[in-house]
Ligand binder design. Structure first.
Ligand code: SF4
Length: 352
């Protein structure tokens, strides 16, 4: 039995019964692939079901409000995935009559669909003989052939892609691709791979050399950028109901189109007095009397390349403050209906 056959047999006997494995509907495969990027399967499965319940097909997703899509995505992070999916759903509905392109090349023309997702949809749904290359596949192949080139470089990706395509079973490319990904997820794991259970063990170069820990080779990571966010949580009473000023994030920064609070960003950690002075200079607190109710401890929020250090200064306005562009007063009880970054959600849990 060759490597491809061993892998396929192992997959047949060991694959997990995941809901997206029961369909070849490109909308559902696309949804599962986008959700599972950067997300664990258990968490991703819940989102997959929730999304399909709310938007059962590409036309329903296309017709949705972006705010509703972002709200359903809340907690998964990497919100550009949700914005791109929504944009692409509209494109498929309007320009393609609701029908997905059936080749990887055609799929890659759509926003947010890169090499990996295009290959996954084309192979699983349309039987195109094209190998996928995600983190799991890269790890398996780099260990199997002991590849010294870093997997996160262009040359590394080219080498791995060629090797993955050489292993591919072109008569069942979708099943083959899923088998390599499943092996990476269940057996050839990042730490302590289960080589004794691996169908590729006898051919694995990293194992033969006793150098499994050396692979996959990656370029050294840069330290994360640190950002200091000082949030000003301004609340006030209107007809005896408490309102809070919320800000819709625009521009090309993190969390585009999600909601947080007015914010002063500083280069370093700043004292509350300094922050309030900056707020007054920028007109955030100008023109109405207020008292500081409390100041939170520092929250640490890790994003892929950034570490956010956030502080929340809670302020009671004694009058209704004027709102600025992108800001609106939202009844406290309704804030959780907005799409919120997880950091803001964590803080709100201490208030609501
Ligand atoms: S033998 Fe071990 S290191 Fe090699 S592919 Fe299998 S699980 Fe990965």
């Amino acid at each position: 039995m060759n490597l491809t056959e061993s892998l396929l047999r192992w997959y047949e006997n060991n694959k997990r019964p995941l809901p997206w494995r029961e369909t070849r509907d490109p909308y559902k495969i696309w949804l599962s692939e986008v959700i599972l990027q950067q997300t664990r399967v258990t968490q991703g499965t819940n989102y997959y079901h929730r999304f399909l319940a709310a938007f059962p097909d590409v036309q329903c997703l296309a017709a949705a409000e972006e705010q509703d899509v972002l709200k359903l995505w809340q907690g998964l992070g990497y919100y550009s995935r949700a914005r791109n999916m929504h944009h692409t759903a509209k494109e498929i509905a309007e320009l393609y009559g609701g029908i997905f392109p059936e080749s990887a090349a055609g799929l890659k023309k759509l926003k947010g669909i890169g090499d990996y997702t295009a290959a996954a949809i084309a192979s699983i749904c349309f039987n195109e003989a094209v190998a996928v290359l995600d983190g799991n596949v890269a790890r398996v192949i780099s260990r199997l052939y002991a590849i010294d080139t870093p997997i996160d470089t262009n040359s590394g990706r080219i080498i791995l892609n060629e090797l993955a395509n050489a292993l591919l079973d072109s008569s069942q490319p979708g099943t083959f691709n899923q088998s390599v990904m499943e092996l990476g997820a269940l057996v050839c794991t990042p730490q302590s791979p289960l080589c004794a259970d691996c169908p590729l063990a006898l051919s694995c170069e990293a194992r033969k050399k006793n150098e499994i820990g050396k692979f996959p080779v990656k370029t050294p990571k840069k330290p994360p950028t640190i950002r200091h966010l000082n949030y000003i949580v301004i609340s006030f009473l209107q007809n005896k109901e408490e309102f809070i000023l919320m800000r819709k994030r625009t521009g090309n920064d993190i969390w585009k189109n999600l909601y947080d609070f007015p914010c002063i960003e500083t280069e370093n950690s700043a004292e509350v007095d300094q922050i309030l002075e900056l707020c007054e200079k920028q007109g955030l607190l100008g023109g109405f009397p207020y008292v500081v109710r409390n100041v939170s401890d520092e929250y640490i929020h890790q994003l892929s390349h950034r570490r956010l250090l956030a502080k929340f200064i809670r302020i009671d306005a004694r009058e209704i403050p004027a709102t600025k562009a992108n800001m609106s007063a939202v009844a406290k009880a309704q804030i959780t209906e907005l799409p919120l970054p997880r950091l803001i959600d964590r803080y709100l849990a201490t208030l609501l």
